[in-house]
Design a protein around this ligand. Sequence first.
Ligand code: NDP
Length: 444
Amino acid sequence: MSYVDDVLARVKAKNASEPEFLQAVDEVLNSLRPVIEANEEKFKRDALLERITEPERQLKFRVPWVDDKGQVQVNTGYRVQFNSAIGPYKGGIRLHPSVNIGIIKFLGFEQVFKNSLTGLPIGGGKGGSDFDPKGKSDREVMAFCQSFMTELCKHIGADTDVPAGDIGTGAREIGYMYGQYKRIRNVYEGVLTGKGLSYGGSLARTEATGYGLLYFTEEMLKCNGSDIKGKICAVSGAGNVAIYACEKAIQLGAKPVTVSDSTGWIYDPEGIDVALLKEVKEVKRARLTEYAAARPSAQYHEGKGVWTVKCDVALPCATQNELNLDDAKTLVANGCKCVAEGANMPTTLEATKYLQENGVLFAPGKASNAGGVATSALEMSQNSERLSWTFEEVDSKLKNIMVNIFHNADDAAKRYGVAGDYVAGANIAGFEKVVDAMNAQGIV
Ligand code: NDP
C-alpha cells in the first residue's frame, strides 16, 4: 500500500464520524500524490502526513448564556488550532446549528493550505459553535458572544491565534467578542479581524472575500483565453461572500442573476440589485422574499435551485457540499464554462471531478476565496503598526494577492504535469511552504 493510501486509511479509521473532515483530507492527499511520491521515504520516516492531518490542539468548551425569557441555554464552543508552522493560527468562527468538531476540523485543515497560498505568515485554525444567531435579539447574541469569549480568550492572542468571521459571525458578533476579550485580558491588540473601522478594522475587509473571488475568476478566465466581461453568473448564498461577489461581478461587467439563502432562491434576469440585497440582508436581516417583494423583475422559489439557471460562470458562496453531481451535470448541460468557489468546499468530490472532466475551469475555494483571510492578515499588519491604510491601498494589495495565488496554483499544476488542474495546483503550492517550515522546525 502506498504511503498516501496507508495514511488515508488510518485517518478514516480514526475520524470515522467526521465525514466533512475525511472528504477534505481525501481531496488534499489524493491531489498531492505526485509530490508525496517524489519524497515518499523521507515523508514516511518523518510521519509528515500523520502530523499534517492531526491538529496541533483542539479545544471544546461549554458556552452557557441566558435568553430573553430568563432561561439558561447551553451551547458547545470549539477552536481547532491546526497548524502553526508558518505563523499564528488564523481562521474564522462559524456560528450555525450544524457546527460540530468534524466541520471545524475540515475547515481548519483547509485553512492551513489556504493561508499558506496567500504568501502571508499565517497558520491555520478554525472555531465556532452550534449557536444560531438567527432569530435572536441583540442582547441574546451579546450574551452568547461574551460567554463564548470568556473561555476562548484564554487560548488566543495577537501572536498566538487570531480568529475572524465566518457563517453567522459578522461585524456585530466580532464587536461583542472583541469587547469581552479586551475586558478580560486588559490588552488592546489585534486579536480578532473583521473588526469595525472605529476600533482597528481594515477598510475593504468586508468586501474582501467576494471581491477576491472575482479577481481570481477574472485572472483565471483571462489566462484561459476568455473574459469575465459580459458573463452571466449564477451565485448561491446571500451573505457576506455572495453580496460582495455580486457587487464586484457587476463592476467587472458581468451579470449575477441569482442569490439564495437556506429557505429559497431568487432568479433576477435583470441582474441582482446589490443595494436592495444589502438592505434586505445586512440591514433588516430578513428573508429573500423581501427582495422579491421589492423588485418586480425577481422571481422567488422555495428550496434549492440556483444551479438550474443557465449561466456562464457559477459562484457557490453559501456552504459546504451545496453543489452535487446532479447540479454539475445540469451546469455543464446548460453551457457553464467556469465554477469558482466562494464558500469552503461547496462542491462535492464527484461534482468537482465531473466538472473538470467536462472542460469546466474549476477554482477551489482554498485559492479563490483566500481574499478574506489575506485581508485579515493585512488587518493584523495595520494593527501591529497602529496605522490604517486606505480602501484603495488594501484593495490593490488584495488584487495582487489573488492574481499571485492564481499563478502559484497554475505554476504548481504545470510543474507536476497536471496543467489546468487548479485543485491539485492550489494544494501543492500551499503544501510545499508548510512542509518546508515543518521540516525546518523538527519533530514538533
Ligand atoms: P454568511 O453567514 O454571511 O452567509 C451565508 C449564506 O449562505 C447565507 O445566505 C445563508 O443563508 C446561506 N447558508 C448557510 N448555510 C446554509 C445551508 N446549510 N444551506 C443553504 N444555505 C445556507 O456567511 P459568509 O458569506 O461569510 O460565508 C459563506 C461561505 O464562505 C462559508 O462556506 C464560509 O466558510 C466561506 N468563507 C467566508 C469568508 C468570509 O470572509 N466571510 C472567507 C472565506 C470563506 P441563511 O441566512 O438563510 O442561513
